[in-house]
Design a protein around this ligand. Structure first.
Ligand SMILES: [Zn+2]
Length: 435
């Protein structure tokens, strides 16, 4: 291909992307600033050997994004896709980005090179399901705006799934549905990869990329301005998809809504774990054998096992911790059933011995001095049976593990300072008074 010809293709691709942006901003004006914040990265085209023209690669049909708001445009795909459809995918990818699907993803980074073929396949399956569930959460709101997706794209309404649920809630529903449809020889929807924006796992085509895109601060400011724009529109006319309204409310009023937010993140952590449905035989317990002669192979839901890690360094007061512990254990009881025993660690620079308790008030708060929650989280992960969900109560003035531990982690971040790692779900809790 001559340089001239390559240039002509790139011009044509850029023109289509620009037209798609205008279409998307026009169809969903409340997301216009988000659509214009997307940074299109044009990939190398795959060329037809005979004609030299770019060939569409179906792996890129979703115009995948990464968490820095780069939108990867494969030239053959862009030239073969109608402008409206590219615009639809832009709105869809904005949905993954602002709803933090990458941070919420249950998919873990590949653990070095020891991963077996079977484990790799299971991980791919999990990643694929999470992508579909996240798509269901977004497409729901797009459909509410008469923005129907392209053929083959997952539609909650068409699948008969309940509306306005979160990705975490859609995962177990899709598992059951996919299994039922699989027995009939049908697939749920086409396998579509929306990129690392949906699960935080870097893709090969991001390698050596321009490293451009938005910083964390840029993203934070952008999300606030999108949320503020949505709130303005709601107060002016009130016609917006409910998912976007809820998102904007949460984004702008985290402290007022902290109880709802805390409940939502803990429940979603528990339901993600509970959603890991096991269709195999489970070894019947002795007790089950007493009144059940036959144990059919059935869908068994794992009961999520939760461990609390409590920052008892000098900077967090016991008053605040006691209030928060009551809230947290109340929420866990509500989901997992009351009276279940919980394991809890107090942690300052070292984890103190594990406590097995029934109620928040049974936890003895011991500790003081500095904080290193890495040790507390490591101790929680070393427990057997290993916990499915770790709930951390802290002011965030601590170093964190660099890698996501092999469990769901919810951080209850007390006060206005401190920070939580990108791989955890976070609820910010005011340090004083009731609100
Ligand atoms: Zn998607």
């Amino acid at each position: 291909m001559t340089a001239d010809r390559a240039h002509a293709y790139e011009e044509a691709v850029r023109a289509r992307v620009a037209a798609a942006r205008l279409w998307a901003a026009h169809r969903a004006p409340y997301l216009a600033s988000a659509v214009f914040a997307l940074n299109p990265v044009i990939l190398e085209p795959a060329l037809d050997e005979d004609t030299g023209a770019p060939v569409a690669d179906p792996g890129f049909r979703a115009f995948p994004a990464d968490t820095r708001w780069n939108l990867y445009v494969e030239p053959g795909t862009a030239l073969a896709t109608p402008v409206e459809e590219i615009g639809w995918w832009m709105l869809h990818q904005v949905g993954h980005l602002v709803r933090g699907h990458a941070a919420r993803s249950p998919v873990r980074p590949e653990p070095g090179h020891e991963v077996s073929h079977a484990a790799g396949a299971a991980r791919d399956e999990e990643a694929h399901r999470w992508n579909q569930a996240a798509d269901a959460e977004i497409n729901d709101d797009l459909e509410a705006e008469e923005l129907r997706g392209p053929a083959g794209v997952l539609s909650p309404a068409e699948l008969g799934l309940p509306a306005h649920r979160t990705a975490e809630e859609y995962v177990p529903m899709l598992d059951v549905l996919a299994s039922a449809m699989g027995r009939g020889g049908r697939a749920l929807a086409e396998a579509i990869d929306c990129g690392s924006a949906v699960d935080g796992q870097e893709r090969t085509y991001e390698d050596g990329g321009p490293g451009e895109g938005l910083t964390r601060l840029d993203r934070d400011l952008l999300e606030r301005s999108i949320a503020a724009g949505i709130q303005d529109r709601v107060s002016a006319r009130g016609e917006l998809p409910s998912g976007w309204r809820r998102w904007a409310e949460e984004r702008l009023r985290p402290s007022v809504n902290w109880r709802a937010r805390l409940g939502a993140v803990i429940r979603s952590g528990l339901s993600t774990v509970a959603g890991q449905v096991d269709f195999s035989y489970r070894r019947p317990s002795r007790r089950a054998g007493a009144y059940a002669g036959i144990v059919p192979p059935s869908m068994v839901r794992a009961v999520p096992d939760t461990v609390l890690v409590i920052d008892t360094s000098g900077s967090v007061t016991n008053d605040v911790l006691n209030r928060l512990l009551a809230e947290v254990t109340g929420i866990i009881d509500g989901v997992a059933g009351p009276g279940r025993r919980l394991r809890a660690f107090c942690c300052d620079v070292h984890p103190h011995p594990v406590q097995l308790v029934r109620r928040a008030s049974d936890i003895e708060l011991v500790g003081g001095g500095g904080t290193d929650l890495r040790a507390g989280i490591a101790a929680a992960m070393a427990l057997r049976p290993r916990p499915d969900l770790v709930v951390v109560l802290t002011d965030g003035e601590t170093p964190w593990p660099e890698q996501r531990p092999p469990a769901q982690v919810v951080v209850c971040l007390i006060g206005d300072g401190g920070h939580a790692p990108g791989w955890a779900s976070v609820a910010r809790i005011p340090s004083k008074g009731e609100s």
